[in-house]
Design a protein around this ligand. Sequence first.
Ligand code: AMP
Length: 184
Amino acid sequence: MIRVIFLGPPGAGKGTQAAVLSQNFGVPHISTGDILRSSVAAQTALGKKAESYMNAGELVPDDLILDLIRERLAQDDAAKGWILDGFPRNVSQANFLDKLLAEIAQPCECVLNLEVPDNVLISRLLARGRKDDSEDVIRNRLEVYRQKTEPLIEFFRNRQQLVSINGNQTMDAVASDLKQILQA
Ligand code: AMP
């Protein structure tokens, strides 16, 4: 059973490492970015509302995200654990999650914070070439991360939930660090 949150800037490797853990532990990898991208591709009501924010590298408004998370965590497969990737993204989402997890009696074990220097992030994102990975949008996403998401490092550190990992290593080296932390 694991219930963990991945924190870290865009390009830190959250999605990659969350997928590895999901495989190893047999629990769902819940990525709000992936859910939103599928919604955009399917042009659902949510996708249509979210698309312009995503293309600009801005956060999608909380009211579009909160119900989505509540519903996702209520699904059967999440009863045996989960790995959150890309949520929470700001302090109000973190407060919402706190209340939700208390309500459904699913405490989060720890918050895994992947640390990677900016220059490495930018070159990784440029190499990835997703639609929101153009240079201007990347810069905005990093700025939004600094302003809105980075304060969560203190938020979770104050609750003794934060574990920081050097994300500036090979994928396998990061995965092996994570394995050690989660088995300890
Ligand atoms: P990601 O795949 O996590 O990098 O997310 C891609 C984009 O989806 C972000 O730049 C935001 O526009 C949007 N997004 C993903 N998760 C959230 C969230 N928790 N809150 C608001 N917007 C989000």
